[in-house]
Design a protein around this ligand. Structure first.
Ligand SMILES: Nc1ncnc2c1ncn2[C@@H]1O[C@H](COP(=O)(O)OP(=O)(O)O)[C@@H](O)[C@H]1O
Ligand SMILES: O=P(O)(O)OC[C@H](O)CO
Length: 501
């Protein structure tokens, strides 16, 4: 019997999971790596640590499953998206730390493109908004700030990649430089309608085309791991950005189905089938995956800070010792006591897109306790998601039947109940929480015939628990009105051009 190995390279940790034919996890390993914050609003990671941690957990997961690499039919890759790496094609060494998706250093560069009236062009071609979140301006920053990088790039000596490209480059010993369509669609350089890099956008961003990886589908055999890396070479057969992989792993394969992942940030994606639906409400239009000749699209709402706010309670404020402690602390009070916490620590993503918003807490009184702040933090996550759902339903022109949830913070029952109360739709949580890794495994398994088709894969989805709305609708509306007022206080706080912006 064979198995599928999924590599899930996330923002805060690298994980690997071995799945069997029933979609059950047989072995798992996880390793955190360092985050660097060289200036306020900047976030970096070391590409070598990303690779070393990922390859390390891959071997560990297989060993923990009681297997060897010879038992693995294929590898599927899924990754934190937009994070930008630049490396030397000759030595394979990164020229700089990776610039992480949360990094805001290119906010002013985005402003300049907006002021030049370029936003409609980028929006139409890429489905994205001009925001520092995406890879294009990060790559331009690297070329402009590393001495000699631009000349070397033009001479064809360098390679750009998002984390999927970086992993494939290393897994294949530098033989393959590629990215899948779902990752390419997060760069601001890719035309999602034609399915190729866009020369005009590259010119506007100042990016030489010879830096770019080849764009491939999400479920096909790209090559084998380089001899000597593992005991035997293993085919690499699936790649998708982590949010698209979660959509696949949640079996949201029919138009109108949606999932929300509560990790570092929150990412709500709705499948829209073969149609790239433009958003009227500042959501993103993105490639979900390409399987064979068919490209599926999704509408996406991206919230930058969700579970990371809970980490801040733990590491910044020290009012909890572990993320899980937030739930009993928040449950020790009946409500937030009128406190609202807007976790705009890295600006605001969809649907507000305010690069200069910053974290804000309002409604504090003499009676406010750590428990109220803990509760307001969880509620702040749910309010952001409610804003996304409203925008998404309006764009799609139909109400959502249910929201499928996953990610670390989806294990928090209090948060899930409050989420259902705000959304007024059932929130459904599957038994396999690791839907991102499952999605990557499914894409790889489909490519090598391990699973027959998408219908077979959909049978892996099993319900753990449904959270139904119980709070009266009027109370939910009052709470959301309070949230809207708090949001206004957070917007536009940082001053453009000042170090903290
Ligand atoms: N019980 C919990 N309640 C709220 N947040 C939690 C809980 N457990 C974990 N988290 C948060 O979930 C995040 C980790 O989820 P994960 O899906 O592993 O994220 P990522 O893939 O972004 O690294 C962390 O930010 C953590 O603070
Ligand atoms: O690593 P995650 O799960 O926080 O996901 C990050 C997203 O891909 C960023 O767009």
């Amino acid at each position: 019997m064979k198995f599928i190995l999924a590599l899930d390279q996330g923002t805060t940790s690298s994980r690997a999971m071995v799945f069997d034919r029933a979609g059950t996890i047989r072995g798992m390993a996880q390793r955190e790596f360092r985050q660097f914050f060289p200036q306020p609003g900047w976030v970096e990671q070391d590409g070598n640590e990303i690779w070393a941690s990922q390859v390390g957990v891959a071997m560990e997961a297989v060993t923990r499953a009681g297997l060897t690499m010879a038992d693995i039919a294929a590898i599927g890759i899924t990754n934190q998206r937009e994070t930008t790496l630049l490396w030397d094609r000759q030595t394979g060494k990164p020229l700089h730390n990776a610039i992480v998706w949360q990094d805001r250093r290119t906010a002013a560069a985005c402003d300049r493109l907006k002021e030049a009236g370029r936003e409609p062009l980028f929006r139409e071609r890429t489905g994205l908004v001009l925001d520092a979140y995406f890879s294009g301006t990060k790559l331009a920053w690297l070329l402009d700030n590393i001495p000699g990088a631009r000349e070397r790039a033009e001479a064809g000596e360098l390679a750009f990649g998002t984390v999927d490209s970086w992993l494939v480059w290393n897994l294949t010993g530098g033989r393959r430089h590629l990215t899948d369509v779902s990752n390419a669609s997060r760069t601001l350089m890719f035309d999602i309608h034609r399915g190729c890099w866009d020369g005009e956008l590259l010119e506007l961003l100042g990016i030489p085309a010879n830096l770019l990886p080849e764009v491939v589908g999400s479920s096909e055999v790209y090559g084998e791991t380089t001899p000597g890396l593992f005991a035997v070479p293993v085919p690499i057969a699936g790649i998708a950005g982590d949010q698209q992989a979660a959509l696949f792993g949640q079996a949201c394969t029919r138009p109108g189905m949606a999932k929300n992942t509560y990790g570092t940030g929150c990412f709500m994606l709705m499948q829209t089938g073969a149609t790239a639906v433009p958003s009227r409400n500042n959501l993103l239009t993105t490639v979900a995956w390409r399987i064979g000749d068919r490209t599926d699209y999704a509408l996406e709402g991206s919230v930058f800070i969700a579970g990371a706010a809970v980490q801040w309670l733990r590491d910044g404020l020290g009012i909890i010792r572990s993320a899980a402690e937030v739930e009993p602390l928040a449950a020790s009070v009946p409500d937030s006591g009128g406190v609202y916490l807007v976790p705009a620590f890295a600006g605001l993503g969809a649907p507000h897109w305010d690069q200069y918003a910053r974290g804000t807490m309002v409604g504090i009184t003499r009676g406010t306790t750590a428990a109220h702040i803990a509760r307001a933090t969880l509620e702040g996550i749910a309010f952001q998601v409610a804003d996304l759902l409203q925008a998404m339903e309006d764009d799609a022109g139909l109400p959502l039947a249910e929201l499928r949830v996953d990610g670390g913070a989806a294990g928090n029952d209090l948060l899930m109940q409050f989420q259902a109360d705000l959304l007024r739709v059932p929130v459904t949580r599957p038994t396999v929480h690791e839907t991102t890794a499952l999605g990557a495994a499914c894409l790889a398994g489909l490519a090598v015939g391990y699973w027959k088709d998408q219908a077979e894969i959909a049978t892996h989805w099993q319900l753990d628990r449904t959270f139904a709305p119980t709070l009266p609708a009027e109370r939910a509306a009052e709470l959301r009105a309070g949230w809207s007022r708090a949001l206004e206080r957070a917007k536009g706080w940082a001053v453009p051009g000042e170090p903290s912006s």
